[in-house]
Design a protein around this ligand. Structure first.
Ligand SMILES: Nc1ncnc2c1ncn2[C@@H]1O[C@H](COP(=O)(O)OP(=O)(O)O)[C@@H](O)[C@H]1O
Ligand SMILES: [Mg+2]
Length: 253
């Protein structure tokens, strides 16, 4: 297994291409993505529907593999790992937060949050203790015995965040985590993510189509038709987007 000197580098995509194939017809989606990220970075990904954001997140999350190019995660060349090694790396390194929360319905939220620890081989008792502490950190300690459908959308997303963080992974991947929430709740969820990111030096990659949400991130990556068209400070990137939009509005008027 390859080790690397710059161990602060958590994510490194080099010339990543991805195509989907059906009936031998190739649909290229990512056309050569370079992306590096250090521990503690907070990055938002924006781009129109169909630009390849979820495809990129699936590769970053080791749920899918590049058609060409390389992906190094936590100094490991993902391509060289066996299925079992990959699953192990994913469990140790990444916490996922989805738009639809993905909580298990017939289980208390405490057990939902404990699940990644159980998978990692932690005893049930210790897992539940850590899950309780994590639920307290997201402000839901008192609701630990409830099932997901007894909570509001915002509370359910807090549970999902607690579950993503409980094993203390260095990387959090969030694909439109506020897509199903109202503005007020979205901004609470973003404040929580930002706080956790700062406190534990965890890295976050967040997909969103809302500029207000992306503004919480330090860095913005914009995708267009499977290519990175901007990678830099989110402030500057969002300002450029706003200008482009007002030009378009001007041209259309
Ligand atoms: N499993 C798949 N098989 C074939 N085409 C796919 C698959 N997943 C996504 N695509 C196509 O790839 C493109 C990018 O999709 P996606 O990564 O989901 O974009 P985004 O998340 O930015 O909306 C779209 O044209 C989509 O139809
Ligand atoms: Mg998507």
């Amino acid at each position: 297994m390859s080790t690397h000197l710059s161990s602060n580098e958590l994510v490194k995509l080099s010339a990543v291409r991805k195509s989907y194939f059906s009936n031998r017809v190739e649909t290229p989606v990512l056309h050569g993505i370079d992306l590096a990220m250090q521990r503690g970075d907070f990055l938002a990904i924006m781009g129109q529907s169909g630009s390849g954001k979820s495809t990129l997140m699936n590769i970053l999350g080791c749920l899918d593999t590049p058609t060409a190019g390389t992906y190094e995660l936590a100094s490991q060349q993902v391509r060289d790992l066996s299925r079992a090694q990959l699953a192990d790396l994913r469990n140790r390194t990444i916490g996922f937060v989805f738009q639809s929360f993905n909580l298990l319905k017939r289980m208390s939220i405490l057990d939902n949050v404990a699940l990644p620890l159980i998978y990692a081989g932690v005893s049930r008792k210790a897992a539940r203790e850590r899950a309780r502490t994590q639920l307290e950190k997201v402000g839901l300690g008192e609701l630990a015995a409830r099932q997901p459908n007894q909570l509001s959308g915002g509370q359910q997303q807090r549970v999902a965040i607690a579950r993503a963080l409980v094993a203390d992974p260095p990387l959090i991947l969030a694909d439109e985590p506020t897509g199903n929430l109202d503005t007020r709740t979205s901004s609470d969820i973003m404040a929580l993510l930002t706080e956790l990111n700062l406190a534990r030096n965890q890295s976050i990659i967040l997909v969103t189509h809302e500029p207000d949400i992306a503004a919480h991130a330090k860095r913005l990556v914009r995708l267009k038709d499977g290519l990175v068209i901007y990678d830099g400070p989110s402030r500057e990137g969002l300002r450029q987007m706003q200008q482009e939009e007002s030009h378009l509005a001007g041209a259309g008027a």
